[in-house]
Design a protein around this ligand. Sequence first.
Ligand SMILES: [Zn+2]
Ligand SMILES: [Zn+2]
Length: 256
Amino acid sequence: MSPDTADALRLDIIGAGPAFTDRSGATGAAYLVRHGSTAILLDLGQGSFPRLAGLLDPGTLDAVLISHLHPDHFIDLVALRHFLRWGPSAPRRVRVVAPAGLGERIDALHAEPAFSAAALDFEELQPGQLRIGSIATEVAAVTHAARSFGFRLSTPGVPGLVYTGDCGRAADLDALIRPGDVLLSEVSFGPGPVPADAAHLDGPAVGSLAARTGVGRVLLTHLLMGFDEDQTVASVRAAYDGPLSLVHPGDAFTLD
Ligand SMILES: [Zn+2]
Ligand SMILES: [Zn+2]
């Protein structure tokens, strides 16, 4: 193993689906990033908890970062909470860094005021820097729902990972991306165009973002039902000539 590989972030695609889909086996947004003994989960959308639990003990996560308060990015926190409260080695707790108000939303769903606080330690997500274990995390506001964020996770000397969350304005991400980074980008509307009343990205927007920021690799995700995968990749390829693929649950990458 080269020193670079030892330092590199490891990315597991737990779920790559959008809010709804007809793709069998697709589950909501969830991406596991690991470095050494540090494990960070980016989002935890519908149906993704089982695949997460098949890869590691969810009680050992250093943190879950939630990009915004749409359920396709957080609803399986309910399963995580139950696991921590009643599963093996219970009771345990996990740190959840999320836009303000998430705990109250989950509590309201259960009509139980302390439901989430029984196992989840919420912290308010804000633009700026976070350090979680050995991984440095930079947080930037993006245009989507109220209080939506993108992330850059990195360790020294190797490419970082930039995750767009859901994003309606690609330029919001420019300042987060360093040349050579891996860009994990939503591409909800495939080859495009994005409807005027939808705050999401399409392939041409991702392609031009990737080209102008000099990313080393593009991983596409969150493709809506009805859009063709090959046409979507081609619409990014028109502007970006580096390594490029659409990710699926079970895919794993070493970001070196
Ligand atoms: Zn979404
Ligand atoms: Zn959203």
